[in-house]
Design a protein around this ligand. Structure first.
Ligand SMILES: Cc1ncc(COP(=O)(O)O)c(C=O)c1O
Length: 329
């Protein structure tokens, strides 16, 4: 069923999916390397950035989540990981997401900045337009690669096919995984042919994977993309997000954040949040809390959710908020 495609062989489903991605991405993101997961996309991009720039430093954001392999964990400033599994890679510094003053830390020593335009596990934090444009300008000035981790936001969750489209800029490298396979395991790092070409020599096969680019996963990815495009599903995401925001009103809700169907509902503390989430699960509404934001509930339904299903889900969430708040009183 599968041949290792980063050697002598090419398989049609992989090429078809890569071509479909190139067709909807800017020309500078025309070259795709497929892997099996998000964290592998991060690892591949770290190697690519070191090799292309000849630099070793990285910058990442506080409260980011990039995956569970050691390179990806090096990009996360958290005792949670380093206490049990460190030390991780040296030469990584951290900036505050959405803080323009911190951009001065990006210098000519830095190979790449890794950032989620919309931070997921931080509790859905959307970067501002002026921040993202200043970040792009700083990376261009210092010839630092700008790498967007769109592993959570990728394929339409933010209301655009890719979250970077909200900012009128493009990254040098784009990371995708999770939703792009429509439930099948696949990840990708995407860049220009010029940048990606460094992986092909000295040594040849600078990055390898046995199952990356598996034809079944690539066929699933292509089918997912076609379904989204042909049925105009991404065009409906923003309105569906607005419906959630308009229906989820309650004095116990401290804040609602996010874009499209990538939303967080904040409560007073983890205990209340967890009780509401557990009660909702029993009623068939699946949610979760966030790794770096335990007082917030995740709203991340399938993009095909109907307005009726949103209304039903919100009724269940509100019912359980009332239940938990009554128990607390
Ligand atoms: C933003 C982000 N990057 C990377 C990853 C890692 O992806 P995977 O679990 O497929 O390795 C995740 C997973 O939650 C993620 O949310």
């Amino acid at each position: 069923m599968h041949l290792m495609v980063y050697g002598e062989y090419v398989q049609t489903p992989q090429v078809n999916f890569a071509k479909a991605l190139a067709d909807i991405l800017p020309p500078s993101l025309s070259c795709t390397y497929f892997l099996n997961s998000g964290t592998e996309a991060v690892e591949g991009a770290m190697k690519l950035a070191k090799r292309y720039t000849g630099r070793t430093g990285f910058i990442a954001c506080k409260n980011a989540y990039h995956g569970s392999t050691q390179g990806a964990e090096s990009l996360m400033e958290s005792d949670f990981y380093s206490s049990g599994y460190g030390p991780f890679l040296p030469n990584v510094s951290f900036i505050q997401h959405n803080n323009i003053d911190d951009l001065d830390k990006i210098t000519e020593e830095i190979a790449a900045v890794f950032i989620e335009p919309i931070q997921g596990e931080a509790g859905i934090r959307v970067a501002d337009l002026d921040y993202m444009q200043a970040l792009k300008a700083k990376c261009t000035e210092t010839k630092t690669l700008l790498i967007f981790d769109e592993i959570q936001s990728g394929f339409g969750r933010s209301g655009k096919m890719f979250a970077f489209e909200h900012y009128n800029i493009a990254p040098d490298v784009l990371l995708l995984a999770k939703g792009i396979g429509g439930g099948m395991p696949i990840g990708a790092f995407i860049s220009s042919l010029e940048i990606m070409s460094v992986l092909s020599h000295n040594p040849i096969l600078g990055h390898m994977t046995t199952f990356g680019g598996h034809p079944v996963c690539c066929a699933a990815g292509l089918a997912t993309l076609r379904t989204l495009v042909d049925n105009h599903i991404v065009d409906q995401v923003e309105e569906k997000g607005k419906l959630f925001k308009s229906l989820l009103k309650h004095p116990a809700i401290k804040e609602m954040r996010g874009k499209g169907l990538m939303l967080a509902v904040e409560f007073e503390n983890f205990e209340i949040n967890k009780k509401i989430i557990d009660a909702c699960i029993l009623d068939g509404v699946l949610s979760d809390w966030f790794l770096h934001c335990s007082n917030s509930m995740r709203i991340a339904p399938p993009l095909i959710i109907s307005n009726e299903e949103i209304e039903e889900a919100c009724e269940i969430i509100l019912k359980n908020i009332n239940l938990v708040m009554e128990q607390k009183a």
